[in-house]
Design a protein around this ligand. Structure first.
Ligand code: AMP
Length: 397
């Protein structure tokens, strides 16, 4: 998701800049001022409560702001993120925004402050007052609104400076210049975001073959937890030694397929990958997450380290075809111990089913899951997945 807050004194041009931002990046626009004015027009309970405050230029209470934002922030799928205009306006509201974002499993990417000197704000608002029909666009109220801004709203900047997501543009420039300054900030933010694919499917569904080919074409890093673990053992690293210790103490069996390595071994390996993003646009995960717990871990890791997007793909192949493929694989180099005979193949498939189905369900609810027919020639299946990924990448632009 891409979530942005536009910040600045009344008259800085937040509304004007919002118009192009919401269109260009397909964002859901939330202007607390607009929402409050709508309540007033509808003569709702909230509307009656805030009418006086707004026309005198004061700030509405944080309680009311939470209510109106909660009402509009939920239930808005189909957008790439949110654009906040006129919120957060107090230090408390900055915390409220954190909570709201957390609830939606996302975060604010940047707070863009459009700076304009006080007298310029007054001049612009008086001008706007001639046509806006807003009762608060007159000089006395404008002065009160600006006082509120400098006293209560400016301290909010510190919050975002500390978070490292504060950006400033010079609002004295003309509309197009401000627009291109803002675009530059948003583009930079988007270039940091990663595109991640979680590839689900039964053993034999072609995840490794397809995942590797896709990684190459889309400049993604293919992460197979099985391979990462094997490499640690092979290179006798600290984690490798830990794994050997588990073998020696009989807590894990060497070469036994389908067994679960403890999360405190697997997770640091993935975290290391995420922290050292090389020259790639994102990751393709195969074999992780394998459990419900690991699905929470992956979402947490990705949120912690990156602004990113997760696309979940499940390769569907009928069971009989899986058995046929796995049995055939037994004669090849990529054979796994469980490919040796039909009963171990079936046991492996059952194990996968009992563990991973619930993970796929959870991911489907959270991120959606695209099911792709995995039957047919490798190249044909590849084309089907690649098309989905192209589509996902387009949506990100
Ligand atoms: P705006 O349209 O953003 O200039 O807001 C108009 C008026 O609505 C402000 O002067 C405040 O009285 C009220 N208001 C809008 N947003 C907020 C907010 N986040 N917190 C408190 N009051 C707000």
């Amino acid at each position: 998701m891409l979530n942005i807050a536009l910040f600045g004194p009344p008259g800085a041009g937040k509304g004007t800049q919002s118009e192009f931002l919401v269109k260009k990046y397909n964002l859901f626009y939330i202007s607390t001022g607009d929402l409050l004015r709508k309540e007033i027009t509808e003569d709702s309970d909230i509307g009656r409560e805030v009418k006086e405050i707004i026309s005198s230029g004061g700030l509405v209470s944080d309680e009311i702001i939470v209510q109106i934002i909660e009402k509009s922030i939920t239930d808005n799928p189909g957008y790439n993120g949110f654009l906040f205009d006129g919120f957060p306006r107090t230090y408390i509201q900055a915390y409220i925004l954190e909570g709201l974002m957390l609830k939606l499993n996302t975060q604010l990417n940047s707070l863009i402050s459009i700076s304009v000197p006080e007298e310029e704000s007054v001049k612009r608002l008086l001008n706007r007052g001639k046509t806006s029909g807003r009762s608060d666009d007159n000089e006395v109220v404008i002065r009160t609104r600006l006082r509120e801004y400098y006293e209560k709203t400016i301290p909010v900047l510190q919050f975002y400076k500390e978070k490292g997501i504060y950006f400033e543009v010079d609002g004295r420039k003309n509309i197009d210049e401000v627009k291109s300054d803002i675009t530059r900030i948003v583009k930079h933010e988007l270039s940091k975001s990663l595109f991640n694919i979680v590839l689900f499917g039964y053993p034999g569904s072609g995840r490794a073959t397809q995942g590797r080919a896709l990684a190459k074409e889309f400049n993604l890093e293919f992460i197979s937890t099985g391979e990462l673990l094997a490499k640690e053992v092979e290179e006798n690293t600290i984690i490798g030694k830990k794994i050997l210790g588990l073998y020696e103490r009989g807590q894990l069996a060497r070469n036994e397929v389908g067994q679960m390595f403890p999360d405190d071994i697997v997770v640091p390996l993935i975290e290391r990958k995420l922290m050292n993003v090389g020259d790639v646009k994102g990751f393709i995960f195969k074999g992780f997450p394998r459990t419900l717990v690991q699905s929470y871990i992956l979402d947490g890791l990705i949120r912690k380290h990156t602004t990113s997007y997760i696309k979940v793909i499940e390769l569907e192949v009928p069971v009989l075809e899986l058995i046929r493929r796995l049995e055939k694989r037994n004669d090849t180099d990529s054979s796994m111990p469980y490919d040796a005979n039909i009963s171990s193949i079936i046991q492996r498939l059952q194990e996968h089913e009992s563990r991973t189905v619930s993970v796929i369900e959870k991911y489907s609810q959270l991120h959606g899951c695209t099911k792709i027919n995995g039957v047919g020639a490798i190249d044909d299946v590849y084309e089907r997945i690649a098309e989905e990924i192209e589509f996902g990448l387009q949506k990100l632009k």
